[in-house]
Write a protein that binds this ligand. Structure first.
Ligand code: CMC
Length: 382
């Protein structure tokens, strides 16, 4: 841990190991790779639940009855459309990175949300659900617009995951593809005080609105140390090209002090429990699509990284996810946006929790620059 004690204060760089509040949403034990949403194990949720049910669980604190889930799902399906004005904005910024376009469009949606200024918990959750419902429409419409295609209208007959793929590709996905996307959204739905949720909480702590907090979350997720790793992993796999070259490629990165993307985590010092579900899919989908090489390359990289396990560096959720998206035909620069689509309920939950017992988040930095310098007028400076 990087802890610098000056003669005045103790500094915890990166807030490493610092608890700043309590939560009842997400439990993580990074030493054994355990993750619970509202007390339920991520493996059980990934295997038995649906994204819609997980959103309900996260935002309501309990699993829904059949009737509750049906009503909730109906509302989500009804909220998928985005205003034409927002489509126009997407069109204007279509050459930007999909995360920049998503950030801009979510920001623009605030102008159309009737409850934008209502910061009651019930309104925060309603707004979060509307954003959850609309965000896939933004990502899919942007991809089609930039390719010169017409955006596809949401299809209320498909579930959240299936409808996203339908709007992206303009055709109904297979059951298998829908299921993979659904599991992926479940795995990304919430993750405690991660950097983007913390950014959203910092924004909420100033009593700003949910849209602003989610924009902060999207902006923070974009970086390669957080959500951007899946895209980087796939680029790396493509650059490697053949399983036999993986060993030399990774060793070269490590010998030059670099990082192999998709490995390491601030909290997990064992394997990220979310990785397991994408590993299986990377393997089976690769065989089904006649492209087993990506899984083989990733497996080789894991072998090279084995000695790093002694230092707590294991694969994280992003390591296999990139290859799964790639095999589904999803453009690489949309990988982070998919993470964001899954995480909107988590950001909403964090903002609601922050509001429930709000306190301004405002830490300190220890000043170590010069003091009391004489101000020299610009005409006399050299
Ligand atoms: N490859 C090689 N060495 C690594 C890696 C890696 N991927 N990750 C960490 N290390 C080393 C690092 O060089 C450092 O070594 P030393 O102590 O000798 O300087 C040590 O491990 C600790 O690393 P750190 O950066 O101080 O640890 P952190 O907790 O600040 O960083 C991390 C966590 C995720 C930013 C980092 O592991 C990383 O950059 N990984 C690659 C990017 C990546 O896969 N990000 C996705 C994270 S999972 C999605 C999510 O939940 O956000």
């Amino acid at each position: 841990m990087t802890t610098t004690a000056t003669n005045k204060v103790e500094i915890r760089r990166g807030l490493m190991g610092v608890y700043f509040d309590r939560t009842d949403s997400c439990f993580i034990d990074g030493t054994i790779g355990k993750l619970l949403y509202r007390g339920y194990d991520i493996h059980e949720l990934a295997e038995k639940s649906t994204f819609e049910e997980v959103i309900y669980l996260l935002l309501n604190g309990k699993l829904p009855t059949r009737r509750e889930l049906d009503g909730f799902d109906r509302q989500l399906r009804a909220d998928r459309d985005i205003p034409d004005d927002v489509l126009d904005i997407i069109n204007k910024v279509k050459d930007g990175h999909p995360m920049d376009v998503l950030r801009t469009a979510v920001s623009a949606l605030s102008a159309y949300d009737p409850e934008v200024k209502d910061n009651s918990e019930a309104a925060i959750i309603r707004k979060g659900l509307r954003l959850t419902a609309k965000a896939p429409t933004i990502v899919a419409a942007h991809d089609r617009i930039r390719k010169g295609l017409k955006p596809v209208k949401p299809n209320a007959n498909l579930n959240h995951a299936g409808n996203f793929l339908y709007m992206l590709f303009g055709k109904e996905p297979s059951e298998d593809e829908m299921h993979i996307m659904d599991v992926d959204f479940i795995l990304h739905a919430e993750h405690g005080a991660n950097a983007s949720a913390f950014a959203a909480r910092v924004a909420a702590s100033t009593q700003t609105d949910l849209h602003s907090a989610v924009v902060a979350g999207i902006a923070t997720l974009k970086g390669p140390a957080h959500g951007g790793a899946a895209e980087e992993v796939m680029k790396m796999a493509e650059e490697i090209g053949q399983p036999e070259k993986a060993d030399g490629y990774a060793r070269n990165i490590l010998d030059h002090g670099g990082r192999v993307m998709g490995f390491g985590h601030r909290v997990y010092k064992a394997e990220d429990p979310r990785a397991r579900h994408m590993r299986e899919r990377s393997h089976t989908l690769g065989i089904a699509k006649g492209q087993p090489q990506w899984f083989e390359i990733l497996t080789k990289l894991q072998e090279v990284m084995k000695p790093y396990q002694a230092r707590g560096i294991f694969v994280n959720v992003d390591f296999f996810a990139g290859s799964v998206y790639y095999l589904m035909g999803i453009p690489e620069d949309i990988f982070i946006s998919i993470f964001a689509l899954g995480r909107i309920p988590g950001w909403t939950l964090n903002v609601a929790e922050q509001y429930r017992s709000n306190i301004l988040i405002r830490p300190l930095t220890d000043y170590n620059g010069p003091m009391d310098l004489e101000y020299v007028p610009i005409s006399q400076r050299r």
